[in-house]
Design a protein around this ligand. Structure first.
Ligand code: DGJ
Length: 732
């Protein structure tokens, strides 16, 4: 890894063993993209790539009379001059002009990576990464722009963000400040997004790119279940095992856009950042604005490789604290077992059985506080309900601990029910527009986290609950989108800052709680997976993946999530049948076979299942304890897509390639068909492995594949609806 500055040509080359990222000062003084892809040789001057020809109907820079931004690749394009593509930022100066031009002034190359301010971001020490900061100035607007690029030694990754500073002008207004732009030199790419809605999150969708714009976004105040802030730009032939692709992962949990735009000169522009719609950030003299980070990864060997990059980078350089790279406790959560109808006694009964089964953590979900007996009341009153918990959270936690289980509980700190003491005391603490009615979502309003006193108040209430309670886990929920986003505490000219300040307030509370209680494992949740993003992983190393716990639907949701997020971050539980969301009945074996590929736990009352199933559950927990380190942190491969076939298969391989675990799932039987074969991946071709008592070479398993008929013969049903098997492969 190194960053080379070629002074005579004004070009930068960031590279490691796998990638080269090259850009430089353009003839007009701004920054122009040159290359991003597989590692190439360094050379002094690559400006030959810039086109300087007169073309009809093309605007040119007056100093050069031939250089046009429109027909060249840009690093962080501005509005109003020779580039007619979508700009990465926009600034309005006091005279109403939005034209800008930032030209190179200086740069700094350093080892490691500095933290962003109050924002989640990847981190790295001096050996792991190098950072380039390029300082650009717009002398008319009297503004500075710093573009930051970090290259990681071990990963084919560039992390980018931008910082704007007003150096002396009267107030200017940032009306757009994206985190990155990457211009590619042709349009023969496909766009892959991860979309859905409640209970069907992160479903991959692919479409061909050409001229014109593809854009996904969230305006909901959360990253959302509708569109995930992660996209892949891939060559049409790229699949999981081969081909070129770029990933763009936004380390942010609020409104965003991701966009691809092809112009008529075969340039493809990728943009990602805070959604400019509903964003306006005034900057007074001396003030600055820092964008969140985008992590751009590159592969030339397929989407499994791209996903593995994100899995490893996020496990090693995004997740922090005690739970970084630690296998996760097997938990039992009472939500689908009791909803809000419970007493301390009934909870202890469920916990006792969970302990008997081998679980390690018991989680008390919604309903333990205020007048919270259904979802119409109590949110905001973070004080135990003595009718349900006579000795409070501390008392229950101690009793659960005495059973031999760790204890955790649920909160939804960003919300308030109108029917709550908090709202009655502070009706102005919610986001609401003057004179207008406030829309409800699940009978609740959104607290205005742009106000530090609101964050302080919630922090104090939660600290009181946590004080003296042996709590080792918190499920942090968030169950509605933001509406009427207006802060009663901010002047008119700052209302455009509220969406961003709100999510900064959420991050601030997370940071304070995790600092005060460093041993607590946080699991984020937003009506299931409506805020499953890289930003959240910085605070909460795992996320409840979906409220849909049906094993067949979960295969698709977990498969989609695996493209951009580590397996250990995917909250996955076995729940009761018939399933609450789909009514489907799937065997306890298959439910576990799906849930193993995540954090693993149970979302049901184990007292309610048959003895036979309970014995099976005990075996499942033993299996997961033996194998979770490998499953959660091994190298993960998608083998067969549940979106292209009626089957799914995935596997994990240990770092030394000596052990692997394969999961195979028949989602819908195909009558009168042979079981077929399943080709594995990631093994050592020359090693001999043992699988189900037989020996195979790695190359056999990867090229000829597993004969599924053998599993059939062994009693593993692989050709029935909802049948599955999980098998362990070990080198001899
Ligand atoms: C939505 C979550 O996704 C569920 O798991 C559960 O915690 C409920 N909220 C509780 O209200």
């Amino acid at each position: 890894m190194d960053i080379i500055w070629h002074k005579t040509s004004g070009q930068f080359h960031l590279f490691n063993d796998r990638i080269s990222y090259i850009f430089g000062i353009s003839p007009s003084g701004e920054l122009a993209g040159i290359y991003f892809g597989k590692r190439i040789h360094d050379r002094e001057d690559m400006s030959y790539i810039q086109i300087r020809v007169g073309m009809p109907n093309v605007a040119v820079d007056p100093a050069t009379e031939s250089y046009s931004m429109e027909i060249n690749r840009q690093e962080y394009p501005s509005f109003g001059t020779t580039d007619f593509g979508t700009q990465a930022f926009e600034i309005e100066t006091l005279n109403g002009s939005r034209v800008s031009s930032f030209v190179y002034k200086s740069h700094k190359i350093s080892k490691g990576k500095e933290a962003l301010h109050g924002l989640p971001a990847t981190y790295a020490d001096e050996k792991e990464a190098m950072t380039l900061e390029v300082e650009l100035v717009d002398s008319v607007a009297e503004m500075t722009l710093i573009l930051s690029y970090t290259i990681f030694d071990r990963y084919p990754v560039i992390a980018r963000h931008a910082t704007f500073k007003n150096n002396g002008a009267p107030r200017v207004k940032l009306t757009k400040a994206l985190s990155c732009c990457l211009d590619l030199s042709d349009q023969n790419y496909e766009w892959m997004q991860f979309s859905g809605g409640w209970a069907r999150e992160r479903i991959p969708e692919v479409r061909k790119l050409s001229t014109g714009t593809v854009l996904i976004e969230s305006k909901r105040g959360t990253s959302s279940a509708n569109q995930n802030p992660f996209i892949i730009i891939k060559r049409p032939r790229t699949d999981d095992f081969a081909g070129e692709a770029f990933g763009f992962s936004f380390v942010y949990s609020g409104n965003f856009i991701a966009q691809a735009e092809g112009n008529n000169h075969d340039r493809l522009r990728i943009l990602m950042g805070i959604n400019p719609d509903r964003f306006e950030w005034p900057l007074e003299k001396g003030e600055s604005f820092e964008t969140p980070e985008v992590v751009i990864a590159m592969t030339d060997c397929g989407l499994n490789d791209l996903s593995q990059t994100y899995h490893k980078l996020y496990n090693n350089n995004l997740v922090r604290g005690k739970w970084k790279n630690r296998p996760r406790p097997i938990l039992n959560n009472n939500w689908e077992a009791t909803f809000m109808d419970f007493t301390e006694q009934s909870i202890l009964k469920i916990a006792k059985k969970a302990k008997e089964a081998g679980c390690e953590l018991f989680v008390l979900d919604d309903g333990w506080f205020g007048e919270r007996n259904d979802d119409s009341a109590g949110l905001g009153d973070w004080i135990e309900n003595p009718k349900k918990l006579p000795e409070g959270i501390a008392g229950l936690a101690k009793k659960v601990k005495a059973l031999g289980l760790d204890f955790g509980f649920w909160i939804e700190p960003e919300m308030v029910n109108p029917d709550s003491n908090l709202y009655r005391r502070h009706p102005d603490w919610v986001l609401s527009a003057p004179g207008r009615k406030s829309s409800l979502g699940r009978h609740q309003l959104v607290l205005d986290y742009s106000r530090p006193e609101v964050v302080d108040a919630i922090y104090s209430m939660l600290c009181k609950v946590l004080k003296d309670a042996p709590v080792s886990y918190i499920k942090w929920d968030m169950n509605r989108s933001l509406t009427e986003v207006y802060s009663n505490d901010a002047p008119a000219e700052l209302q455009g800052t509220i969406y961003h300040k709100h999510i900064m307030g959420v991050y601030a509370l997370y940071e304070r709680l995790r600092t005060a209680f460093p041993d607590i494992l946080f699991e984020s949740c937003a009506s299931g997976g409506a805020r499953f993003d890289a930003g959240m992983l910085y605070y909460a190393p795992q996320a409840w993946c979906s409220d849909n716990t049906d094993a067949m639907d979960r295969i698709r949701i977990q498969y989609g999530s695996s493209y951009g997020y580590p397996i250990v971050s995917i909250g996955s539980h076995v729940s009761a049948v018939p399933n609450q969301q789909t009514g489907r009945t799937v065997s306890i074996e298959t439910r576990a076979n799906v849930a193993y590929f995540g954090t693993f736990g149970y979302e049901l009352d184990l007292n309610e299942i048959s003895d036979e199933e309970f014995q099976e559950v005990k075996k499942q927990i033993v299996f997961m304890k033996q194998n979770r380190e490998l499953i959660q942190f091994g190298t993960f491969y998608r083998l067969r897509s549940p979106f292209e076939t009626e089957q799914n298969a995935w596997m994990v391989v240990s770092e030394d390639k000596k052990k692997a675990i394969v999961g195979f799932y028949c989602m819908r039987a195909k009558v009168y068909s042979l079981p077929g074969f399943l080709k594995l991946a990631g093994l050592d071709p020359d090693l001999k492995y043992r699988m189900e008592g037989k020996q195979y070479f790695g190359d056999e398993l990867m090229n000829m594949g597993i004969t599924l008929a053998e599993f059939y013969a062994k009693g593993f049903s692989v050709s029935e609806d909802y049948a599955s098997f999980v098998t362990v492969i070990e080198a001899e």
